[in-house]
Structure formats: C-alpha cells, structure tokens
Design a protein around this ligand. Sequence first.
Ligand SMILES: [Fe+2]
Ligand SMILES: [Fe+2]
Length: 390
Amino acid sequence: MKRILLVDGDPAALRLLQQELAVLREACDLSFVAGAAEALALLEQSTYDVVLTDIHLGGMGGLELLAEVKRRYPQVVRLAYSGCAHQDLVVRGLAVAHQVLPKPLSAELVWGTVSRACALRDQLGSAALLTLVSGLHRLPSLPSVYEELVTVARDDSSTIDQAARIIVKDAGLAAHLLHIVNSVFFNLRRTVVSPAHAVALLGLETVSALVLSASVHQTLQTAESDRATVASLQRHGLAVAQSARQFVSMEEVGRLALDQAFTAGLLHDLGRLVLETQMPAECRAVRQLMEGERLTDVEAERVVLHATHAQVGGYVLALWGLGAAVVEAVVFHHEPRSAHRREFSVLTAVHVADGCAQAERSGMESGKVDHEYLAEIGFADRFAQWKAAV
Ligand SMILES: [Fe+2]
Ligand SMILES: [Fe+2]
C-alpha cells in the first residue's frame, strides 16, 4: 500500500482535500499535515512513498520543503500543486518536484499521478539496475552544447544565428547534424547547407534533440568495431522519432508532446547504445539467449543483466533532467502497460512507432505492438491509421 503525505497550510483546503481523497483510503495510506515542520517531523518517524504539497505554504514554503525532502530522502516521490500555473513557478517547481499539479486536486488526478510516479521510481531505483549502471565504465554526460541550445530556446529574444553559432563551435557535430538532416528521413526538397538553415527549416527544438542524439552517439562510439551498431541504432532512433511525432500530431495532443515524442523516439534505445558499446560480451550473450530460447530482448536482458536497456536509457535521461514524459516513454517503451497511464501519451506514440519499425525490419504485421494495451486506453482502432502513416 502506497503511503502518501499531504501538506496544505490552509485548514479549510486541507479538510476539503481529506474529503475528496477519502475514496483512496482502500488503495493508499494518507496522512494530512498543515505545515512543512510537521511534514518533516512525520518523515523522520516513518517511511513515506510520496510527499504532495501545496507550493504556497506559510513559513517554510512548499518548494523549500521538497528541496529538504530531496536532500534527506531522495527515494521519496516529490509532488507539488498550485492554484496559479505561472510558468516561472512551474519551472522552479520542477527543479525539486517530480511533477507540479494544477489545483483543485481530484482523487483521480492524485491516484493517477502517484501510481505513475511510483512505477517510474520502482523501475529506476531497482537494486539490479543500480548494480548494472555502477558496473559501466562511464555514463554519458549531458552534452554542454545541448544545454546551451535549451537555454537559447527558452529565451524569446534569441535568434537563429545565436543557436547556429553554438552548433558550429563543434565542426564535427555540425557536419554530423547536416548529414542527418539531409538524410532520407526528413525528405526535405532542398539541401540543408548550414546549422542556421536547419534551425530555420526544422525549428530549434527538433534541431536541439538531433544535436543531443548526434553528440551522444558520437561520444559512445569509441571503438571502430562499434561503428555499424551505433549507425544502425541512430537510424532506428530517427525512424521511431519521426513516426512517434507523426502519431502525436494525428491525435492533436499539443505542441509540447510533439517535441517530447521526437526526443523520446530519438533516444528510446539509448540504453542499448550504452550497453552495446560498454558491455559487448554481455550483449552477445543476450542475443544468443534470444535466439536459443526464443526470448524477447527485454526477457533475455533480465536473465543476463538483471535489468533492461529501457531502464538503463531512462536512468541516464532522468540523470540529465529530461522531463518525466520523455523518461517514462523510454523506460516503458517495451512494456507500456506497466506505466499505469490510461490515455494516449508520448509513451503510446513511441511504443507503437518502435513496434512498426521492428515490423518493417522483420516483415511481421505489427512487430511487438501491445494491442491489449491499445484496447485498454481506447485507441485500438487508431492503429491501422498510424501504421498507414509510417
Ligand atoms: Fe528498445
Ligand atoms: Fe527500438
């Protein structure tokens, strides 16, 4: 049973919240307190899975409370909620909270968010995964060029030339980017000749994601023998990114989800790239097991490595601070039902795009698409249209 600690400084709001969430008493153990000091005292006495706090608390504010929880109890899922969804506040909130929820809180919203956040924490915090990643020589760090591009993207007054200047500082990376943009995937009618041209045509978000992917693939390919594997994983990532974004645009779920689907698609097999380049012998054993025992890739990985490439990829992306939607899509791209999300999401798009890409390679009808999952979220009838659009 999940243990949730709720913090709200307004006594009337706290009472309302107790009434609204009473239906969850069967599924989780709820404690309600009126301030940060009481919350910290309770956390010292017993273990909680989730702390959910109003951002606007008297005394120590909600974000300060979550920062303290992050420092003292890093395994606890931290959620905040706010009546005013001011952009600055949400961005500040996301530095310490896993998610910021809008007011008023409904039992459905709280339960959905808590289940998903705990599923992700359980995947990324498993002892087997931590043993696996601590055995790797090195984890790729977030490329500084990507961080610089994200800073430029957030500034409304920045120009295309500013972004282009950041990219051309690394000539090899700029060449790699142009190579990808001019590949068949983008189907552009004219040749893209410069990073500035690429940004003007594709938008800064898409180019930033491509730069991130190109840089990580370049960094991880240290041995000549890795060249073919790295190139094939990069091609596969591009194909999945394009299709995932296409599916999101067909479902019209917003501009942000388009960029998230593209980024998650590009990097969904980042864990495989990490494992193939750093644990080649174990990866050969995984392939042998898949062939010998007719296991899927994640099943064979669990036998050999005790964790999966999806977990490794999600772990790295979470370390880099990429948003929950992207991390969730990567962690659950082979097992979408485990994410506890019951609507169309970036995860759905990446899962189906990956299945379609595998189907194309293997000549199967729909690869490893989980049709029961699509039926559960009410999108089974959309599969044929998505597949036709690939
Ligand atoms: Fe995968
Ligand atoms: Fe894949």
